[in-house]
Write a new protein. Structure first.
Length: 230
């Protein structure tokens, strides 16, 4: 019997383009000839050195194979879009790392970002699902149904989602809350893949099968594992 496809879910990148490039190579090597899917959990931008390169990489993967690559919105993408729609919110976005995103594009303000990039960000969903899992940037509010329909919760929630261990009917794969240890947080009903890449931790992909909710294993890249130019 042929093995089923693998799903690789990737945590918060935050402009760490070099880490992402190496992780995608690891994923390709790990998958080999086996069918595979990619799920990006959002927060591609802000704080790190090259948000522009991250967005080019992720959006091109998505455009090339939309049936195999799912890309979610994170709260940092939402902040960027809010800054575009309501300029009075721009200072909040800039304070949270948006200045690094503008620098990576050589833009003076959010209106100077490429229109096709903004259109792509605006169309991103806040939820992806397969038979065994919910994929979401931040999480769900317990008691709001499965999955929680509230986009704000999906993008921003920490507590009470992180308290205890809540069963949402499927395993929840999320990011948003950085694990400064550099290791994923593994719970019975959820897995947190934000391993603080932009804070010197690691960029992590969880490897999932169709047979079970929790990860089979994890692939990681740390800053000291990335080849330095020159």
């Amino acid at each position: 019997m042929e093995p089923g496809p693998l799903t690789y879910a990737i945590g918060d990148v935050h402009g760490c383009a070099a880490l992402l490039d190496v992780l995608l190579e690891q994923i390709a090597d790990h998958a080999g000839d086996r069918p595979s899917r990619l799920v990006f959990l959002g927060d591609y931008i802000d704080r790190g050195p090259d948000s522009a390169a991250v967005l080019r990489t992720v959006s091109r993967l998505h455009w090339a194979e939309p049936d195999r690559v799912a890309c979610l919105m994170g709260n940092h993408e939402r902040m960027l879009l809010d800054a575009l729609l309501a300029p009075q919110t721009a200072e909040h976005w800039l304070y949270n790392g948006g200045d690094a995103t503008l620098d990576s594009f050589g833009a003076r303000d959010v209106g100077g970002l490429p229109r096709d990039t903004l259109d792509w960000l605006e169309a991103l969903p806040t939820l992806h699902a397969d038979a065994a899992r919910w994929y979401v940037h931040a999480g769900f509010r317990p008691g709001n149904g499965s999955p929680d329909p509230d986009d704000h919760n999906r993008l921003w929630i920490r507590e009470p989602f992180l308290e205890g261990d809540h069963d949402f009917g499927r395993h929840v794969v999320h990011g948003h809350t950085p694990q400064r240890s550099g290791r994923p947080e593994i719970r019975r009903f959820r897995t947190n893949l934000d391993t603080a890449a932009v804070y010197g931790g690691a960029l992590t992909a969880g490897v999932f099968s169709d047979a079970q909710g929790p990860a089979l294993e994890f692939l990681q890249v740390r800053p000291d594992e990335v080849p330095q130019p020159g």
